[in-house]
Ligand binder design. Structure first.
Ligand code: SF4
Ligand code: SF4
Length: 461
């Protein structure tokens, strides 16, 4: 019997976790230059703090922003700044980057100090350390963690939920971290619970990871109670995609729904990924900022799939080489998993804070299928966990009818891919929803500009 609730909709794609589930995390040392995009997070992009020719140290802050919703970028190696310029990133766009030539010495230059006992730190100091460490949502959302940990006054945080679900097929980086390093995850949660003394800590893990559940339970046993007096709960969850999406997870843990336009903090919740908590512990206790992350390299086009601990900024090509290269030219190359992953155009792009996996599939497992007409079967409606009508959103987005798209709740689409997965006509529903959301955003901006111009010129009087 599962202890968690179940959410509406969702799908059951093949997990394909077995490819890398038993592969221990392998540390990888970079050979080539490291490329650091200025925007590896949601929020304001950073600006470089270094210039060409500067010497940098491992852990040194090389870019930052004055904006609250942003996170600094730190060098993962010591060496020399080779260039500052535009480079291609994983989504295929060119972004401003700092390029560092690695001297291979890994001389440490972190400005953070270790702290043996986090109880001696003021909560504000902890949040400051987390900001300076450049920590963002490492599950792929990349929202700056110090912002999440600073909800507006009056928000009573009742639950800190640790997302160890990893429902995206193929990926195992969170699973392996729970198996190999459970103590820093629990330690990171304890730091967060101290910031929210009334909150209960819950670690959510899908039931298809029994070893991780057992490992976390064992590590949790006998730990000191957090300030709320309630012991941390390890909560197995039903195996259903997208169980790990924030809204679904909050509902299945607490029974609370997040109304459109509100945030998890509005319903008393904070959700943090296991790798995020790991980095919180590393920053606060060890004084080590975010310089590396775990990436699953997987799929039937990869010779030796595995889970790698890699320095941020390393090229995806080096990762693929470490995984034995390709067995054949992949028909599909994605950053992330098959449901929410981004198509990649090149291997010469850097791993960033949000890169959880590289998936390479052959034409046999990812055949190129043509779209056909909608047969109005409503399977996409049954699959949508947000209660939307994807076929109608698809039509509105293709017609560029953004007013209709918005009226149908299109902006609530979480781009989970469930509708596309279920559609027998193979319609690109998720992609058109993504386009629809982008169209609404542009239309809103334009309307705002028109309003401002009219106000300036007095046309509205
Ligand atoms: S419409 Fe959006 S939220 Fe609904 S299933 Fe499709 S991608 Fe997921
Ligand atoms: S699942 Fe596909 S074919 Fe069926 S109603 Fe939705 S869009 Fe149309």
């Amino acid at each position: 019997m599962f202890q968690s609730l179940t959410f509406r909709g969702g799908v059951h794609p093949p997990g394909s976790k077995e490819i890398t589930a038993n592969k221990e995390i392998e540390a990888l040392h970079p050979r080539g230059d490291l490329v650091y995009p200025m925007s590896q997070h949601i929020g304001a992009p950073c600006v470089s703090l270094v210039k060409k020719g500067d010497k940098v140290l491992s852990g040194q802050k090389i870019a930052d922003s004055e904006a609250f919703v942003s996170a600094p970028v730190l060098s993962s190696v010591s060496g020399t700044v080779k260039d500052i310029g535009m480079r291609m990133t994983i989504p295929g766009s060119f972004e401003p980057c700092v390029i560092v030539e690695n001297d291979g010495l890994f001389k440490c230059g972190s400005a953070l100090s270790p702290h043996e006992d986090f109880h001696l730190l003021e909560p504000k100091e902890c949040v400051k350390i987390i900001r300076e460490a450049g920590i963002v949502g490492m599950g792929g959302a990349t929202f700056p963690t110090h912002v999440k940990l600073s909800p507006p006054p009056g928000k009573n945080i009742r639950w800190v939920i640790v997302n160890g679900v990893e429902c995206e097929p193929f990926l195992n980086c969170d699973n392996r971290l729970m198996l190999e390093r459970p103590e820093p995850i629990l330690g990171g949660l304890e730091i967060c619970l101290r910031l929210f003394p009334e909150a209960e800590g819950v670690i959510a893990i899908e039931a298809n990871k029994p070893e991780a559940i057992e490992r976390m339970q064992k590590e949790n046993f006998g730990r000191e109670l957090p300030p709320s007096g309630k012991s941390i709960r390890i909560m197995p969850h039903e195996v259903k995609y997208p169980q790990g999406a924030e809204k679904m997870l909050i509902y299945t843990v607490t029974g609370r729904e997040i109304p459109p336009g509100t945030l998890p903090a509005d319903v008393g919740c904070l959700v943090l990924n296991v790798q995020t908590l790991f980095h919180i512990w590393m920053a606060v206790i060890e004084g080590i900022p975010v310089m590396e992350r775990i990436v699953s390299v997987t799929g039937d086009a990869v010779a030796k799939p595995g889970n790698f601990l890699v320095p941020l900024g390393i090229s995806v090509r080096e990762l693929i080489d470490a995984a034995g290269g390709f067995t054949e030219e992949p028909a599909k190359l994605l950053s992330g998993g098959p449901m929410m992953g981004l198509s990649m155009r090149s291997l010469d792009v850097p791993v960033t804070k949000g890169t959880s996996g590289i998936l390479a599939l052959t034409a046999r497992s990812a055949p190129q299928l043509e779209e056909s007409n909608c047969i109005r079967c409503a399977r996409c409606v049954d699959a949508c966990p947000m209660g939307l009508v994807p076929s109608s959103l698809d039509r509105a987005a293709r017609l560029r009818d953004y007013v209709e798209f918005e009226a149908m709740g299109g902006m609530n689409c979480i781009e989970c891919g469930s509708c596309t997965y279920r559609c027998p006509a193979r319609r690109y529903l998720t992609q058109t929803c993504r386009n629809g959301k982008a169209g609404v955003t542009v239309a809103r901006k334009r309307a705002e500009e028109v309003k401002k111009t009219a106000e300036r010129t007095g046309e509205t009087k």
